[in-house]
Design a protein around this ligand. Structure first.
Ligand SMILES: Cc1cc2nc3c(=O)[nH]c(=O)nc-3n(C[C@H](O)[C@H](O)[C@H](O)COP(=O)(O)OP(=O)(O)OC[C@H]3O[C@@H](n4cnc5c(N)ncnc54)[C@H](O)[C@@H]3O)c2cc1C
Length: 201
């Protein structure tokens, strides 16, 4: 009874914070919460609500609401994971609708995409340039780049192409605080400088 009341209050707070304020959408109805409660695993953990984000702004709005309400956030692509890592009782943050490809630079063999882009669709796009995003998971026709990064997905030809981590040049991430950061490899010298505390701007 007390739990039910607290759950209802959480749902109301989510609705007040996010309903009608997203480029994507918020779902808090029992059917949607059941749909997003599992992935490719046997786990069943019903989220308090689901945000299907369509933009970086949506991600920030969802993180702000979750922080204010005190909910954990669990990102999710197409939810094909096998170990329940997309299931949790907090707010499910689905980025599978974020499917923009910002740039394909064939000369430098790199592209810039949103996390919901599907691996096989990206590969169709870059095929005319003789390129391929390796790390060929067997779920390539549904797996999102965001989910592949989360799992460091690999496949049969990873021994040649490497895993997902080997293909990533940089990541633009929104932290739980709402801050946006760009993550990219550092030179050894720069890593050592920062390890000595020389990273403050
Ligand atoms: C039949 C079958 C075969 C499979 N074969 C393989 C295989 O060959 N190789 C392999 O590596 N895996 C395999 N998998 C597992 C899975 O399909 C892959 O790892 C896939 O790349 C996951 O992509 P997804 O979009 O479904 O991610 P999800 O399952 O939705 O998410 C995966 C992880 O990434 C996180 N995440 C998702 N999106 C974001 C985001 N935007 N920001 C931050 N974190 C995020 C999630 O929280 C989760 O921890 C298989 C699964 C099945 C069911």
């Amino acid at each position: 009874m007390i739990e039910e009341k607290a759950e209802r209050r959480t749902v109301e707070r989510l609705q007040a914070a996010l309903d009608g304020k997203l480029d994507g959408y918020l779902r808090t109805d029992p059917a949607s919460r059941a749909l997003w409660s599992t992935d490719g695993s046997i786990y069943l953990r019903r989220p308090a609500g689901v945000v299907a984000a369509r933009s970086e702004e949506d991600v920030k709005r969802a993180l702000t609401a979750a922080r204010e309400i005190g909910l954990s956030i669990t990102p999710r692509g197409t939810g094909t994971s096998l170990a329940g890592q997309t299931t949790a009782p907090g707010l499910a943050l689905d980025t599978s609708l974020m499917q923009r490809v910002f740039e394909v630079n064939a000369d430098e063999r790199r592209c810039s995409v949103e996390p919901g882009v599907i691996q096989a669709e990206l590969n169709e796009l870059v095929k005319p340039h003789g390129l391929v995003f390796g790390a060929d998971t067997s779920t390539a026709n549904v797996a999102t780049l965001g989910g592949m990064v989360g799992n460091n997905s690999a496949g049969m030809r990873s021994i040649y192409f490497g895993t997902t981590a080997d293909q990533i040049l940089s990541l633009r991430c929104v932290l739980a605080s709402g801050e946006t950061v760009e993550l990219a490899p550092l030179s050894r010298e720069e890593a050592e400088r920062r390890a000595r505390g020389g990273w403050m701007p």
